[in-house]
Design a protein around this ligand. Structure first.
Ligand code: SIN
Length: 303
């Protein structure tokens, strides 16, 4: 067996495969399919200070090789998360990444303060395209990214901070650097692309919110390019995601510079995709005589 362990910001992951926020709830349902303690980590459903009911339905639609979601950050609120969901995830021995969101800058500061020292890492969600206040609005311009990151970091004395970037922007390198300058310990990307699907009989968008976030296998080449750009714009570690469905996809992201990967939409098409990706990575490394997964990080030679 190859070594699959990775360390990011002093946090040890048993392997580099992490469940992406919003595709895995808080892990309980997938734990009915397999023991989720095999995972490197879980990034939780985006959590806010107050419970949120989310957007009206329909809020999921399909496209070719992609899905669109307009969930609107439905979640039970941070106190419920701490009392009911965190103990379950802790019992599984996975790295717990609390994905957090808010309507205002102040919300982001407050939720970081509440989870400081409680979650293993915080992932700042400034990239949700489905809410009218906060979310992606704070994640487009470098100055906003810098400010929200700085505030979050000021409230996180004990817990490393990941900033999750939006792809719906002008410049990934500028935004990655803004997060780094604001004090981020790590960057994750990409969140979803804003998109639309239309019911041509009704001549209306399928999603009740009209638009939604596009994810899934179809976005992988764009995500990979953005992860490469971010990893080469900053010194802090990068976690890559966007359309990963198999071990070879995960290896591509690591070769592009990601120190770990998140798997999202693939969990919907194949509930066992993450354990399969972990064993597939091990197999690939063994077949290529590579003893340690860290040896494939950032090894790309451009043509
Ligand atoms: C949502 O809840 O609308 C999706 C979350 C996200 O894209 O960050």
């Amino acid at each position: 067996m190859a070594n699959l362990q990775v360390e990011i910001c002093g946090v040890k992951f048993k392997n580099p495969v992490i469940a992406a926020s919003g595709t895995f709830g808080f892990g309980r349902e997938y734990n009915l399919l397999y023991d989720i303690s095999v995972l490197g980590g879980v990034s939780t459903k985006g959590t806010t200070i107050e419970p949120r009911p989310g957007n009206p339905v329909p809020r999921i639609a399909e496209g070719s090789s992609v899905i669109l979601n307009s969930v609107g950050l439905q979640n039970p609120g941070v106190e419920h998360f701490i009392k009911e969901d965190l103990p379950f995830l802790k019992s599984k021995g996975v790295v717990i990444i609390a994905n957090v969101a808010g309507k205002t800058l102040e919300d982001y500061g407050n939720i970081c303060a509440r989870l400081n020292g409680i979650a293993d890492m915080i992932e700042l969600n400034i990239s949700c395209p489905n809410v009218h206040a906060g979310g992606m609005a704070l994640g487009i311009k470098p100055q906003n990214i810098y400010e929200v990151t700085k505030l979050a970091k000021a409230n996180l004395t004990k817990t490393p901070l990941i900033v999750k970037l939006s792809p719906n922007v002008e410049s990934i390198p500028s935004n990655a650097r803004a997060a780094e300058e604001g004090g981020a310990d790590c960057i994750s990307l990409i969140n979803t692309f804003t998109g639309m699907v239309i019911d041509i009989e009704r001549r209306k968008p399928i999603l009740a919110n009209n638009t939604g976030g596009v994810s899934g296998a179809g976005i992988k080449p764009i995500a990979l390019r953005m992860v490469y750009e971010a990893a080469h714009a900053v010194k802090i570690p990068v976690i890559g995601m966007g359309g990963i469905t198999c071990a070879e996809d995960a290896i591509e992201f690591m070769m592009a510079g990601a120190r770990a990967v998140q798997v999202g939409t693939a969990n919907f098409t194949n509930g066992n995709s993450m354990p399969e990706i972990i064993s597939g990575m091990d197999r690939w490394l063994n077949n290529h005589g590579i003893k340690d997964v860290n040896q494939i990080v950032d090894v790309l030679t451009l043509n």
